[in-house]
Design a binder for this molecule. Structure first.
Ligand code: PBG
Length: 344
């Protein structure tokens, strides 16, 4: 007699009042008891655009493209057909348009206003979200204006961000999303939007944006990493305005401020390494909570899958359901159209 048969004979029928595995037995049962779901309506697709006529693959983000205006509109249409009707657009600005105060950010004839108008003309039902920050326009690569002493100036920056927000609203943006982390910018932007008559333009605030290593591929995509341009001392990182990855209470402090200043949606960024922050904000506010699965999180999955070390689809779905389970109502992810295809 083999050892196996011995084992079977010995196996007692346990008198278990509860067997959780019963609910996991078939796909139908698992689907019925599933606690968290993912819907394309909850996804926002971040897109990169430049003024060139060519669509250029982004080497630091395989599968992502720096779109031409034409290519971008086509991609937005493709996404809309898949049920992805919310996009956030990031510009790669020509070097010759960059200066120390990022004035191109408020040019009504600039790249982003043109992008907004073209998307709205082609896909009027697509919700257009724009990034409010100076880093693509600022010669120093910082989200704010840098003083001669190398200090990122808060209030001076906010004046420029307000102009940028108005410019985007005038072009037809549905939501402006300040990602700069200056103090008081949500209230200031709300006030100028209202003053000019844009009471219906929403603010999605990057409430808890951490000084993260996971933005690296994005800065490569936009060529927007902090760098010295002249004789000024330029801080190499963004730690004087983006948050310390070690902090939770500080996220609640930022939340209180953003709520009182009139934010419509509060955002946590990055997403994966900050699931506890997403949960903390979800439990502390009645506002919708968004989470941004950033370029580095995207690249980690893409690279591992390319090497054959991870199954891409399963890994992507697991990260997104994890972000939803942590409490995110909305997810910004470069995988958005791909996920919509998988969910079809
Ligand atoms: C800057 C901005 C960044 C991202 C979105 N807006 C980078 C940064 O703060 O340096 C990162 C997005 C990503 O990594 O996917 N305003």
């Amino acid at each position: 007699m083999s050892d196996d048969a011995d084992f079977e004979e010995l196996a007692p029928t346990l008198e278990l009042p509860s067997r959780p595995r019963r609910n996991r037995r078939t796909p139908a049962l698992r689907n019925m008891v599933r606690e968290t779901r993912l819907d394309p309506a909850q996804l926002v697709y971040p897109l990169f655009v430049h003024s060139d006529a060519e669509d250029t693959p982004i080497s630091s983000m395989p599968g992502q493209t720096r779109w031409s205006l034409k290519g971008l509109v086509k991609e937005v249409k493709r996404a809309a057909k898949l049920g992805i009707d919310k996009v956030v657009v990031f510009p790669k600005i020509d070097d010759k348009l960059k200066n120390e105060t990022g004035t191109e950010a408020a040019n009504g004839k600039g790249l982003i206003p043109e992008v907004i108008r073209r998307i709205k003309a082609a896909c009027p039902d697509t919700c257009v979200i724009t990034d409010i920050a100076l880093d693509p326009y600022n010669i120093d690569g910082h989200d704010g204006i840098v003083s001669d002493e190398g200090v990122i100036l808060n209030d001076e920056t906010i004046a420029m961000l307000c102009e940028q927000a108005i410019t985007h609203a005038q072009a037809g943006a549905d939501i402006v999303a300040p990602s700069d982390m200056m103090d008081g910018r949500v209230g200031a932007i709300r006030q100028v939007l209202d003053d000019v008559g844009f009471t219906d333009v929403s603010i999605m605030s990057y409430t808890a944006k951490y000084a993260s290593a996971f933005y690296g591929p994005f800065r490569g995509a936009l060529d927007s990493a902090p760098k010295a341009s002249g004789s000024k001392p330029i801080p190499k990182d963004k730690q004087t305005y983006q948050m310390d990855p070690a902090n939770v209470r500080e996220a609640l402090r930022e939340l209180e401020l953003d709520e009182s200043e009139g934010a419509d949606i509060v955002l946590v960024k990055p997403a994966g390494p900050y699931l506890d922050i997403i949960r903390t904000l979800r439990d502390a506010t009645h506002l919708p909570v968004a989470a941004y699965q950033v370029s580095g999180e995207y690249l980690m999955i893409k690279s591992a899958a390319k090497a054959g070390w991870l199954e891409e689809r399963a890994a992507v779905m697991e990260t997104l359901i994890g972000i939803r389970r942590a409490g995110a109502d909305i997810i910004l992810t470069y995988f958005a159209p791909q996920v919509a295809e998988w969910l079809e």
